[in-house]
Design a protein. Structure first.
Length: 272
């Protein structure tokens, strides 16, 4: 949850078992690097990107404590490993970054980049206990922690007393908006697969650990059959990943038809 003042964010650091909640600071520009050429490439990845494409506010890049985060679409079955923390009474009843009111008795969680309403199975690797939560907030913004569980979820995997736990995260589905609107207590339905409903669609044609490979692929396929390429700077399992998207499809069906007669038949479809 984003805290309204720096003092509250600093105070949260002192709470055992609760993560540092970030200051809300959405910015439109990437941070500068030492190389001018690198700065130019990372400042603006999109080639002739359609600026009129709508991006939901919760999926826009944002900065907390000087670090840039890039919310990214995921698929059912993707897994992540890291440290879980939890947050409770000090934040109960306050607004989350999704606009919902945080309910410490609901099965929800905060994640830095997963889309809101993503359903995640969280398994405590120390005792094999697990719980399914819905992402409705951003965080945690401290160390190597990858998820902040609600108080109830933390109790279910027996990590409240210790404060943190080694966990495995698995994307198991996506809650529909009606379930989310009913509140965190009842929002536990899981879809069998993500339902895409976006204004623009793309297919991922490459994924790289270094920007050079992504830039080369972007240049190679820019304008391919009338579509444009975009590089997404993302984080996966704590590692920076540059994903190359071929974008501009008007529907999921159009993207699927395109894949059939293209070199990207195994690529997956994403929404923007």
């Amino acid at each position: 949850m984003f805290i309204k003042t720096i003092s509250l964010a600093l105070a949260a650091i002192l709470i055992v078992g609760c993560s540092t909640r970030g200051v809300k600071s959405h910015q439109s520009r990437h941070q500068h690097t030492n190389s001018s050429s690198s700065t130019q490439s990372t400042k603006h990845y999109a080639s002739r990107q359609n600026n009129s494409s709508y991006v939901h506010p919760t999926m826009k890049p944002y900065s907390v404590f000087g670090k840039r985060y890039y919310p990214t679409k995921v698929r059912v079955g993707e897994t992540f490993y890291g440290i879980s923390s939890w947050y409770g009474p000090d934040f109960d009843g306050k607004a989350t970054s999704s606009g919902e009111i945080y309910d410490m008795h609901g099965l929800t969680a905060a994640h830095k980049t997963l889309p809101m309403n993503t359903m995640v199975k969280v398994t405590n690797r120390d005792n094999a206990k697990s719980v399914v939560v819905r992402i409705n907030d951003r965080g945690p913004f401290v160390g190597t922690r990858i998820i902040d569980l609600s108080n109830k979820a933390a109790h279910q995997i027996d990590m409240v007393k210790k404060g943190t736990a080694n966990v495995k995260l698995e994307v198991v589905g996506f809650a529909d908006q009606k379930s989310a609107d009913r509140g965190s207590k009842s929002s536990t339905s899981v879809a069998s697969k993500p339902k895409l409903n976006y204004s623009v669609y793309a297919i991922q044609i490459g994924s790289f650990s270094k920007i050079d490979g992504a830039l080369k692929t972007q240049e190679q396929y820019e304008g391919y059959k009338g579509y444009h390429t975009i590089i997404k700077d993302t984080e996966y399992n704590g590692t920076r990943v540059f994903r190359v998207w071929l974008s501009g499809f008007k529907s999921e069906e159009a993207a699927r038809e395109f894949k059939k007669d293209s070199p990207f038949q195994n690529a997956f479809i994403v929404g923007e």
